[in-house]
Design a protein around this ligand. Structure first.
Ligand code: HEC
Ligand code: HEC
Ligand code: HEC
Ligand code: HEC
Ligand code: HEC
Ligand code: HEC
Ligand code: HEC
Length: 446
């Protein structure tokens, strides 16, 4: 199923090839280097997006089932690959426009993880370090390593492969940053208007570059296409181009999960209120607080509802207030973890708090425009809107001390198996809160 194609390989390698991989001056490496020979490189696989997505080939293992260390995976580019447009037809304006009349919301909202969950690459947005001491990611293979390079406001990942005679270098320019960096960040790169994931991600707990989640240490994988669903959860709006699963109107999108993701496109609202500055009743915008409970929950469920098992409509077509079951079908398996274990809603649904509180939504505990992470005292106060301290069976023993932290006992953090990150032999699994609120046997001993 996979093809080896020296002519295509040359297309990549021509971008930069290096025989002496050490000590680059930043001004130097951006110049096109001498063209690499492809001789000796038998381990490059060009994968069409569909093949990669379907997982049809277990290209990481050889016939005997052993890991194919040193494999280099690159995308096989389709024929059609040009798309431009000057405007977003769906009526999105971006959070900056909302600031014109809602400055206070904007000022607090820009501190949230939602706002920061996707961004253009910059010194600020990329959390990994580019200085000499930190720019290199080595792998379990002594032949293969990655270098992170910056200069003139551009940022690159270079894979370096040593075939025994010479070192081959292939470079990819950072195109988009995903993740605010709570757990980590993953980076995307463009080939014209096609979007792919970069091999090297960033892991916050170690403050270092790492193999992307699920990637095998000792391979170089730049072939993973980015489907629209990924951006639908990590951005406000992208316009898809029909034909390829990872093709978008480049240079024209709204990054971050911002105002209009939860309130709907703002064009009509903004036009109306600019024309009617005296009008104090909102027009043409959705306030989730005024939706029926189920619809209000769905505004969050679209990204926090676990794994969508079927998409009934194209990505980016759901609008707040719509019935979500016309757009997605979610897994019935309530134990299932979701896309990076974002199964907050299916877990919460199992809790008595939720089942016996008809009005409970995500915003019963979460203020959508504030950054409140880690403030367990504040969250515990929200529990006490419904519970008195003596309701807790531990009150007799621990007294008022329980008031400041209901969370660690009733919503323990748990390791996520589905975003294991393998780097230099060690595995990291991030911790996340379980939204199944109950008496956990593991915490009764506290
Ligand atoms: C030209 C001024 C203006 C701009 C720009 C503007 N709004 Fe508003 N917005 C208003 C006014 C006026 C109201 C009604 C008074 C209020 O609730 O503050 C309102 C109310 C709202 C409400 C509450 C709706 C309700 O039914 O209670 C939301 C939500 C909202 N705006 C979101 C947005 C978003 C999102 C943007 C950016 C796309 C935006 N606004 C841009 C003027 C504006
Ligand atoms: C378009 C997808 C999307 C929607 C809609 C959405 N979220 Fe999120 N949410 C995310 C993503 C992605 C993250 C992770 C952001 C990051 O750290 O990069 C996140 C993170 C969070 C966090 C963790 C914040 C932190 O810093 O620890 C909370 C809490 C949260 N969302 C609650 C909500 C609530 C409540 C709603 C509905 C009102 C909602 N989300 C709607 C995608 C979404
Ligand atoms: C169904 C929605 C959904 C899809 C699809 C999705 N994500 Fe996420 N992603 C989330 C949510 C929600 C979180 C936050 C999890 C949490 O904090 O509980 C998250 C977390 C992350 C993080 C870590 C953020 C941080 O600050 O630590 C990264 C990086 C990320 N996603 C990248 C991606 C990429 C790349 C894709 C596509 C290939 C993708 N995600 C697909 C919803 C989604
Ligand atoms: C993650 C989803 C989400 C994002 C992003 C978001 N909001 Fe909201 N917003 C809500 C929800 C939910 C409510 C209803 C409040 C509640 O349920 O307590 C709301 C309420 C509002 C209201 C009405 C407040 C009221 O008193 O009724 C305004 C105005 C508003 N948002 C503006 C904004 C602006 C401006 C931005 C961007 C700077 C923004 N929102 C981003 C989810 C969001
Ligand atoms: C909107 C109201 C509401 C909020 C907010 C709320 N709960 Fe509850 N909770 C309930 C109701 C109703 C029940 C079921 C009756 C009961 O056991 O008191 C319940 C049950 C429980 C139970 C017993 C569960 C079981 O399986 O026996 C625990 C533990 C609990 N809540 C803890 C919490 C914690 C911790 C928080 C904050 C993170 C919280 N609750 C927030 C309404 C709420
Ligand atoms: C009863 C209160 C409560 C309700 C309701 C609730 N959450 Fe949470 N949530 C919490 C607490 C407490 C945390 C831990 C906050 C922290 O450590 O910063 C949390 C954390 C999160 C996180 C970050 C996950 C992590 O551990 O990194 C996300 C995402 C999130 N909630 C989304 C949601 C969504 C979506 C809903 C609605 C389906 C929801 N929550 C409903 C209390 C609640
Ligand atoms: C040190 C851990 C711990 C802390 C802190 C704690 N709880 Fe509990 N909670 C428990 C345990 C253990 C039980 C079960 C006790 C039993 O069955 O005797 C329990 C029981 C409960 C129940 C269920 C009572 C019942 O029988 O239905 C509720 C409701 C509850 N806690 C709410 C809270 C709230 C609200 C807070 C924060 C103000 C809190 N808890 C803080 C450990 C804790």
């Amino acid at each position: 199923m996979f093809s080896e194609s020296p002519s295509k390989l040359r297309k990549y390698l021509i971008m930069a090839a290096v025989c002496v991989p050490l000590a680059f001056a930043t001004a130097w490496w951006l110049q096109p280097g001498p063209q690499a020979t492809t001789s000796g490189l038998t381990n490059v696989y060009f994968l069409p997006a569909e093949t990669y997505m379907a997982g049809e080939v277990d290209f990481l293992r050889d016939e005997s089932g052993n890991a194919r260390i040193d494999s280099i995976l690159l995308p096989e580019l389709p024929q059609q690959n040009v798309a431009t447009s000057d405007f977003l037809s769906a009526g999105y304006l971006g959070a900056q426009t909302c600031a014109e009349c809602h400055q206070e919301y904007f000022d607090s909202f820009v501190k949230t993880s939602h706002f920061k969950t996707s961004a253009e690459p910059s010194d600020q947005s990329i959390l990994g370090a580019f200085d000499d001491a930190h720019r290199v990611l080595t792998t379990v293979s002594e032949n293969l390593r990655f270098e992170m390079l910056d200069g003139d406001g551009e940022f690159w990942q270079r894979l370096l492969y040593d075939d025994g005679q010479q070192t081959h270098g292939v470079e990819f320019q950072f195109g988009l940053v995903t993740g605010s960096g709570k757990v980590g960040q993953t980076y995307l790169y463009w080939q014209e208007s096609l979007l792919y994931q970069m091999h090297v991600s960033y892991l916050s707990v170690t403050d270092s570059w790492t193999n992307s989640p699920g990637y095998r240490d000792g391979t170089a994988d730049f072939a993973r296409p980015i489907p629209a669903l990924c951006l639908d959860c990590h951005a406000t709006y992208f316009e898809e181009v029909a034909g390829n699963i990872n093709q978008f109107q480049r240079d024209n999108y709204v990054l971050g999960v911002t105002c209009e993701k939860c309130h709907g496109p703002g064009r009509e609202h903004v036009a109306y209120h600019r024309d009617h500055p005296q009008e104090m009743t909102a027009h043409g915008i959705v306030n989730p607080a005024e939706l029926p409970t189920e619809r209000a929950i769905e505004v969050c469920q679209v990204c926090h509802g676990g794994t969508p098992v079927a998409m009934l409509q194209p990505a980016f077509s759901f609008r707040p207030g719509d019935r979500l079951d016309h757009f997605f079908t979610f897994s019935e398996n309530m134990q299932a973890t979701g896309v990076h274990s974002n199964s907050q809603l299916p877990r919460l649904r199992q809790s008595k708090c939720f089942q016996q509180s008809p009005d409970m939504t995500c915003t019963t505990c979460h203020a959508p425009h504030e950054f409140e992470r880690g403030d367990l005292q504040l969250f515990s106060q929200r529990c006490q809107n419904c519970h008195d301290l003596p309701d807790c069976g531990k009150f007799g023993e621990l007294g008022n001390t329980i008031a400041d932290n209901c969370i660690d006992c009733h919503m323990p953090s748990r390791e996520l198996e589905d975003i294991k990150i393998s780097s230099q032999g060690a595995d990291h699994a991030p911790l996340m809160r379980d939204h199944f609120i109950k008496v956990w046997p593991s915490t009764t001993a506290h």
